[in-house]
Design a protein around this ligand. Structure first.
Ligand SMILES: Nc1nc2c(c(=O)[nH]1)N[C@H]1C(S)=C(S)[C@@H](COP(=O)(O)OP(=O)(O)OC[C@H]3O[C@@H](n4cnc5c(=O)[nH]c(N)nc54)[C@H](O)[C@@H]3O)O[C@H]1N2
Ligand SMILES: Nc1nc2c(c(=O)[nH]1)N[C@H]1C(S)=C(S)[C@@H](COP(=O)(O)OP(=O)(O)OC[C@H]3O[C@@H](n4cnc5c(=O)[nH]c(N)nc54)[C@H](O)[C@@H]3O)O[C@H]1N2
Ligand code: SF4
Ligand SMILES: [Mo]
Length: 676
């Protein structure tokens, strides 16, 4: 037997952590574990990835290993293996035919974050830009309302605090994020080791909330009232940084009347949080230095954009911006590590030399658009499992079953989405190709290394789209650039003085030795060059000039507000097909407060029918006193085809939009529950 090699790579999933991974390899067999020297993973991956990366990901029987063509009715799961040439030839022929008959905008490009590694995520977009396809705006299924809101206020949503600055923080306010599940290493290490007072705002008493010094538990969709009340206390108690506002913000005068009206008593009545807790949290946060983590769960609400604008007023108003230990984070984009994402996604120079793409479509409208032959002749779904993660699950299935819709699906596994496709292409997993990972929390840059061969004929996204471009007769050099050249160019442009071999050796680098201070230069890319607490841009878009102290109405009658956030055991919809993960997940449940269940005559363990605006779903009732009255909790991430009902929680979700960015308001879903 040969010696064991130890190789470094990085988890590229849609997760804040971007863990460093150690791969032990001998005779072509590998075992995956956390990199002990990596400051984030510290020798331990999350439990779901430990299972899946040593389980279903390496299981050739579970993986797609060859291109497939449908050989039975849509959705029946009957496919015949074909060669890459035949599959790509068939795709090229149909895409050309749709483009000729209807125009290329009738070809839809649906993609998201199955992998966030830079090339596999973005290089294929060069192909779609050349084609002139309609993009299904990726962030509309996740976090676009928050992006739009933060751009109104700061001109930028992807330039967050550097987490290392927490060493100078006295308080960390986590607002509508649940790192115990969605960023497990930040929950386990970063938060407690900061030594800061931890304030968590979450309607659910999550593990993150349990670990907090102060847990504020608002009714979902009432956070703007809380934000205004915190500003009220800060203002009343002389904790507003008038000098910072005068120098760097516009619109505080317009906000102030709302702030003065938003007493803690008023907010307590709307949010359900008691006055003393509001007062205490306001003083601790305002005293600072404080960090604000704006979670993605926070803005998946009917008024989610307004909520984020209101919350985003806290850092400048209290002087918690522009000095060590302060700032806010929604996401840290790769540009903060000088990665040229525009070039990666287009291969071209500045945006000016490209033809304008057709207007994007929201994921909230995808089912409707796909049902319309005039608008949708073909769909390419890659890096996403729309039949599990999108709203209007039943309507989407019907649309995907249209005989005259040509669907290509690209994945590692046979998902609900690939089952409904005409051509299925097998994608390589992250252990099987080289790439770069840029965490969206840490300001680090990491290598993703090929440590094992892909199963069968699977190929990375990049190579699939290079070959498809060739099959289509597109000969633009940008569509043919090999991965090693793209990687080298990205690293060279970033100018951190490392090439890919050096990055692989290091695993992860932090381009700056010292934490950067967010907005240290107080240069805000808004129209005024300042923080816009009142925004003419928002007004021009038909929105209020300032955030408003408004909340969602409480559900009427016996309706409950359903929250379906991240699940501990899946990463979005991934890993539900891993045997160990599936065992841990158990049957699908919906949790209510014990008093809520009792008031409805429902006992834990009962089978209930949950009815939402788009459909109904049988679930097992559970009770949890961390869930408030009037709210139900059922995490996302199950595969419809693995459920007895053939559906998951998105069968309930009608695709209601938030107030900004055509984005999802999934946590605004109202349901009723009845015994089966
Ligand atoms: N009810 C409800 N629904 C939600 C949400 C919610 O909170 N509640 N959250 C929403 C959010 S935040 C998001 S981000 C979406 C996520 O929804 P999705 O993007 O659909 O979920 P993922 O599981 O991240 O990835 C989808 C697929 O990508 C595949 N994949 C992984 N790596 C690769 C690769 O290298 N190449 C290719 N071609 N495929 C790959 C995986 O196998 C997986 O099947 O779901 C949304 N849906
Ligand atoms: N294990 C695991 N990790 C993941 C994912 C996963 O599916 N599983 N998904 C990844 C993806 S795609 C994303 S976008 C991130 C998301 O990760 P986070 O940013 O943590 O967001 P969510 O988990 O969607 O929701 C966080 C919290 O928001 C709360 N919430 C819901 N409504 C409200 C409200 O009205 N007000 C307030 N204050 N809180 C509210 C929910 O109760 C939940 O606990 O996680 C990533 N990490
Ligand atoms: S999903 Fe997140 S926590 Fe799990 S291994 Fe990947 S980066 Fe780490
Ligand atoms: Mo997401």
């Amino acid at each position: 037997m040969s010696a064991i090699e130890v190789l470094r790579t990085t988890c590229p999933r849609d997760c804040y952590d971007a863990c460093g991974i150690e791969v032990l390899r001998r005779d072509g067999q590998i075992r995956v574990r956390g990199d002990r020297e990596h400051p984030v993973s510290r020798g331990k991956l999350c439990r779901k990835c430990t299972a899946a990366y040593n389980g279903v990901l390496l299981d050739p029987d579970a993986r797609l290993t060859e291109p497939l063509r449908r050989s039975g009715p849509k959705g029946a799961g009957a496919f015949t293996p074909v060669s890459w040439d035949e599959a790509l030839g068939a795709i090229a022929e149909r895409l050309h035919a749709v483009a000729a008959a209807q125009g290329p905008q009738a070809i839809l490009n649906a993609h998201y974050t199955g992998t966030l590694s830079l090339l596999a995520y973005a290089f294929p977009l060069r192909f779609f830009a050349r084609l002139g396809a309609t993009e299904v705006d990726p962030d509309t299924v996740c976090n676009n309302a928050g992006h739009v809101a933060l751009r109104y206020v700061y001109g930028d949503s992807v330039d967050g605090f550097d987490p290392r600055t927490a060493r100078d923080s006295e308080c960390i306010l986590v607002w509508g994020a649940n790192p115990a599940v969605s960023a497990p290493h930040q929950h386990e290490h970063w938060l407690p080791e900061s030594g800061a007072t931890l304030i968590v705002v979450d309607p659910i008493r999550t593990e993150t909330a349990r670990a907090a010094h102060i847990h504020l538990q608002p009714f979902p969709g009432t956070d703007a009232a809380l934000a205004f009340a915190l500003l009220h206390v800060a203002h009343r108690d002389g904790l507003v940084d008038e000098a910072y506002l005068a120098a760097h913000a516009v619109g505080w005068d317009e906000l102030l009347p709302h702030v003065q009206a938003a007493t803690p008593d008023w907010a307590a009545a709307l949010t359900g949080i008691d006055v003393a807790a509001i007062e205490r949290a306001a003083r601790v946060y305002a005293a600072g230095p404080s960090l604000l983590w704006i979670g993605q769960g926070l803005q998946r609400q009917p008024l989610g954009g307004n909520v984020v604008r209101a919350v985003a007023a806290l850092p400048p108003a209290t002087g918690n911006l522009g000095r060590p230990g302060t700032g806010f984070l929604y996401l840290n984009g790769a540009a903060s590590r000088r990665i040229d994402e525009d070039w990666l996604a287009s291969g071209a120079g500045p945006a000016g030399d490209r033809p304008a793409p057709p207007p994007p479509v929201s994921h909230m409208d995808l089912a409707e658009v796909l049902a319309d032959p005039a608008r949708a002749g073909a769909l390419v779904a890659w890096n996403i499992n729309i039949a599990a993660s999108n709203p209007q699950q039943a309507q989407l299935r019907t649309a995907l079953s249209r005989d005259d819709l040509f669907t290509v699906a690209i994945d590692l596994f046979a998902t609900d989405t690939t089952d409904l496709a005409d051509v299925v292409l097998p994608a390589a997993g992250f252990l099987e190709f080289d790439d770069i990972v840029a965490s969206y929390f840490h300001r680090s840059l990491s290598a993703q290394q090929r440590v094992v061969d892909p199963p069968g004929q699977a190929l990375p996204n990049t190579e699939i789209f290079r070959r498809l471009a060739a099959a289509m007769g597109f000969d633009d050099p940008a569509l043919r650039e090999p991965d090693d050249v793209v990687i080298a160019t990205l690293l060279e442009r970033a100018g951190h003085g490392v090439d890919f071999a050096q990055l692989c050796e290091a695993g992860t680098i932090w381009p700056n030795d010292e934490p950067e201070v967010q907005f240290a230069g107080a240069a805000f890319p808004t129209a005024s060059g300042r923080i816009e607490l009142a925004s003419a841009a928002a007004q021009a878009d038909g929105l209020p000039r300032t955030p408003l102290p408004i909340v969602d109405a409480r559900p009427a009658g016996d309706a409950l507000r359903l929250l379906t956030p991240a699940s501990e055991w899946t990463l979005n919809d991934s890993y539900a097909n891993d045997i160990k993960v599936a065992r841990q997940m158990g049957p699908p449940t919906i949790s209510l407060h014990p008093d809520e269940a009792a008031a409805r005559g429902l006992a834990a363990g009962a089978l209930v029918t949950v009815t939402g605006p788009a459909g109904a779903l049988p679930l097992t009732l559970a009770t949890d006193d961390g869930v408030p009255r009037g709210v139900a909790y059922a995490p996302k991430g199950r595969w419809p085809k693995r459920e007895a009902s053939g559906a998951n929680v998105n069968v309930l979700n009608a695709g209601e939009k938030a107030d900004m960015g055509q984005s999802t308001a999934v946590h605004g879903t109202l349901i009723t529950i009845a015994p089966v």
